[in-house]
Design a protein around this ligand. Structure first.
Ligand SMILES: Nc1nc2c(ncn2[C@@H]2O[C@H](COP(=O)(O)OP(=O)(O)OP(=O)(O)O)[C@@H](O)[C@H]2O)c(=O)[nH]1
Length: 168
């Protein structure tokens, strides 16, 4: 699908509609596409070149479909990934349950993959904290257990999107 040389393979995982495609769009193209939600079918690939430590590094980002119907396919995309960004929606606790499913998969089948747990849609909490359904400290405790990084992002405002994967 991509003829481009990829130095670091990254995979986006998580329940449908948590904002994986929007995060990639924000990270790669610095924009947020308004308009009706369109679910990803299968997966999409985006390459982004970064200048790090005196050299250009190409990230190959696989944005997988969150719908459980594509679950088997998503497994194909995390093979050999150096990092997985496992996303959830801060306003939807069921999406955090799905994080645990993917973490489990990665621990079993891709043990060298670095894990990032990303709570998205932080903008929705700005004016109404009661919308939060997933406690940050609970996520931190869980992340410590599984040796993952955590971040809270908004693809809408761009909060923490550019800085998020800097450790890669
Ligand atoms: N308020 C807000 N809405 C967001 C944010 N990120 C995504 N959305 C909205 O959430 C919906 C789903 O976003 P997508 O990026 O398509 O979600 P996805 O996880 O890629 O979904 P699948 O392709 O089905 O797996 C869209 O209507 C987006 O506009 C965010 O940070 N804040």
């Amino acid at each position: 699908m991509s003829g481009q040389r990829v130095d670091v393979k990254v995979v986006m995982l998580g329940k449908e509609s948590v904002g994986k495609t929007s995060l990639v769009e924000r990270y790669a193209h610095h924009r947020f596409l308004q308009g009706p939600y369109q679910n990803t079918i299968g997966a999409a690939f985006v390459a982004k070149t970064m200048y790090v430590g005196g050299r250009n590094l190409t990230l190959g980002i696989w944005d997988t479909a969150g719908s459980e119907r594509y679950e088997a396919m998503s497994r194909i995309y995390y093979r050999g990934a150096k990092a997985a960004i496992v996303c959830y929606d801060l306003t939807d606790s069921s999406s955090f349950d799905r994080v645990k499913f993917w973490v489990n998969e990665l621990q079993n089948f891709e043990e060298n993959c670095r894990l990032y747990i990303c709570g998205n849609k932080s903008d929705l909490l700005e004016n109404d904290k009661s919308q939060r359904q997933v406690d940050f400290h609970d996520v931190q405790d869980y992340a410590e257990e599984i040796k993952a990084y955590v971040c809270e992002t908004s693809s809408k405002t761009g909060q923490s999107v550019e800085t998020g994967p800097a450790e890669l």
